[in-house]
Design a protein around this ligand. Sequence first.
Ligand code: ADP
Ligand code: MG
Length: 230
Amino acid sequence: IEQSAYHNDKLAMLGKIAAAIAHEIRNPLTSIRGFIQLLLPELQKLGRGEYGRIILDEIDRANEIIYEFLNSSKPSAPDKRKVRVAELLHEVTLLFQSEALLKGCQIDVDPIDDDIIISVDTKQIKQVFLNIIKNAVEVIGESQPERGGRVHIRVQRSNDSVWISFRDNGRGMDAKTLSRLFDPFFTTKSEGTGLGLSVCYRIIKNHGGTIQVDSELSVGTTFRVQLPLH
Ligand code: ADP
Ligand code: MG
């Protein structure tokens, strides 16, 4: 869809204003969180500890939404450096070990050639991997644990690109979900932000890559990220 330059300018401006507001809201939230935490023992004495914990959880949720939003509205230009794909994936999968274990989900990474090197903004690309794996672990977590959830990560080189695939055996998606999953704020989760994949899409596009998805209901989903090699 073609958009007019005027429309794009307006969107960019709105994004900047929203990012500034989101940033400013974070500071008061942080102090509210701190004080509630200090009050927690008093609330517990009153038999109201549960209220305190709900407040903390909700503040965390608000923070998460702001965090994801700020990430998605950040100006594009990636801050690139040379890095091994193996290293990035190793760092990200480590973050999931305890959560995956808890949900009876196994994360397998096939051996990766050490000489597969990309030139990327490592923070942004780690965010992409994280968002994709997080969705997979979440979708596995909601299915019956006896199914033996698995996220399978493979890295392949082809010509001057690297393909990184993330396959899960979660419930898959219907056609309607598939057609909208990269839209900002599209979510099927009661606690979702719907920003994860729109952020991924943007980051990968800014790196000159592509992101594709294949999904089959009650079989699973595969995300494929393609990035230019260094
Ligand atoms: P959120 O996780 O906050 O819902 P995302 O942008 O990360 O937002 O994902 C959007 C939607 O795409 C999810 O709500 C879910 O319906 C669908 N989705 C993403 N990844 C998967 C997956 N691996 N399996 C099934 N559905 C998925
Ligand atoms: Mg998500």
